[in-house]
Write a new protein. Structure first.
Length: 459
């Protein structure tokens, strides 16, 4: 079901009537063509629940329902949408009813499919579809174009809703790499690995397969791992090709933000390399908010096997500044705090952190890396942040939180502490070290100083 757009008159939106145009039991929200502002004007309608068929999302409970906030204004993806981006959003929704008028696309439905989708997907007589991609004999393009400069990074996204769409965007990518002698790594789900093994046949033995739930456990560690893997291939004079399925472990808005940040940082961390990375997203699993972030963090999109530039891509520094725009949440007064103004005083930091761990009933070994992270950030504050600082600590039933603050001049480099150490500034190396040893590290920095919050989830 869809929320009708303004051209079907605002009274439809005011009464929040939903006109069937998709599969039974599914629902979508119109997010393009200026309709969000019209819905907002009609009474501030802000749907907060998206229903999908439970069968399309077997790993989720609660009857397939996903609770998530929906913004009251359109994200950049939704403004002036066209070309491949329009196609991606259209494909994100289920096919329209077999016959009749589709309220969702405002088109007459023919041949069991919305006319708008048919127009977007149909090639002309010259073999060129309306997204500007030239098809080969098979109708599938290599997602890394043959005339691409192999000396530059290729970071692409593929949004797929079926086995056919997944294979159309990945098999040519893999075979092209094998033909060129590139090492090919695929980190995806069990189901997707099965699809690829069947499609590749004997060539599957030349591909290094991995499990996405293992590789993508932690966004910072995943960034460090892909950086290390690309470096190893580069030392051998090879171009790494990798297919990955991120976001598999994101369960909260905060986790989704950190995985979006990971995708954005890949462009900065590997900008020196010639790696070819293809990130795949199952549109039957990820939310529309994730789709919106995908096109903002990947320079290129893969549509029907062909690649093109993403019209909504943002520079990593701009994207990360946007993620950090909101202030950190207010916290209650800490049970303990510790002031320091020299490296010698940090000897007492271990006892301070361990007292919080003991209060939470955590063994010493479980917080060893967390302690190293706090120590690293405190050392950073002394050496680069005004030679003094304060550590505050909170212990709860599920987490330990330490905050290190200083009154230095702040982090001048926009991505300080977010890139692998060889790419970070001197000030940022301590924070990068800490990010790999904590479940979450939040940073807010300005002329008045820097605040770093380190989170450790308890077992």
């Amino acid at each position: 079901m869809c929320l009708a757009g303004p051209s079907r008159s605002l009274q439809v939106a005011r009464r929040a009537a939903r006109t069937p145009c998709h599969e039974a039991g599914s629902e979508c929200v119109v997010r393009y063509g200026g309709r969000w502002s019209a819905l907002k004007d009609a009474g501030g309608l802000r749907p907060s629940r998206i229903q999908r068929p439970a069968s399309r999302n077997p790993k989720r409970g609660f009857g397939g329902e996903i609770q998530r906030p929906v913004p009251a204004v359109a994200p950049p993806l939704a403004r002036g949408i066209g070309g491949a981006t329009a196609y991606l959003l259209a494909r994100r929704r289920a096919p329209c009813a077999a016959t009749g008028f589709c309220e969702h696309h405002e088109r007459t439905v023919t041949s069991g499919r919305c006319a708008q989708l048919s127009t977007l997907a149909s090639p002309d007589a010259g073999g060129r579809d309306l997204r500007g991609q030239r098809r080969g004999v098979s109708g599938v393009l290599s997602s890394v174009a043959a005339d691409r400069d192999d000396e530059s990074l290729a970071h692409q996204a593929l949004l797929y809703g079926s086995e056919e769409e997944f294979l159309a965007g990945t098999v040519a990518f893999i075979r092209d790499g094998l033909d060129r002698g590139d090492p090919v790594r695929v980190v995806t789900t069990d189901r997707n690995r099965g699809w690829l093994r069947a499609a590749l046949g004997a060539d599957a033995g030349r591909v290094a397969f991995g499990e996405s739930s293992q590789w993508y456990r932690h966004p910072v560690r995943a960034l460090a791992a892909v950086h290390r893997t690309v470096q190893e291939a580069s030392r051998r004079g090879q171009r790494l090709r990798m297919i990955g399925e991120p976001w598999s472990r994101a369960r909260t808005v905060q986790q989704s933000t950190e995985w979006a940040r990971y995708e954005s940082l890949v462009n900065a961390a590997l900008g020196w390399s010639n790696a070819a990375l293809l990130c795949t997203y199952d549109t039957g699993v990820v939310s529309l908010d994730v789709v919106a972030q995908v096109v903002r963090t990947h320079p290129e999109l893969v549509v029907n096997g062909g690649s093109r530039s993403s019209p909504s891509y943002l520079d990593p520094a701009v994207f990360n500044a946007e993620c950090d725009r909101s202030p950190l949440p207010e916290l209650s007064a800490p049970a303990l705090w510790f002031g320091f103004d020299g490296l010698g005083q940090l000897v007492s930091l271990r006892d301070f952190v361990m007292s919080q761990a003991a209060q939470a009933g955590v063994a010493v070994l479980d917080v060893t890396q967390f302690l190293q992270a706090v120590y690293s950030v405190a050392t950073n504050a002394i050496e680069h942040g005004g030679a003094s600082g304060v550590v505050r600590a909170w212990a709860g039933p599920q987490t330990i939180l330490c905050e290190v603050s200083d009154t230095g001049a702040g982090l001048r480099a926009p991505l300080a502490g977010r890139l692998p150490s060889s790419r970070s500034t001197a000030r940022g190396r301590g924070v990068w070290f800490a990010r790999q040893r904590c479940d979450l590290v939040e940073v807010r920095s300005g002329p008045a100083g820097t605040i770093v919050r380190l989170h450790l989830a308890l077992p």
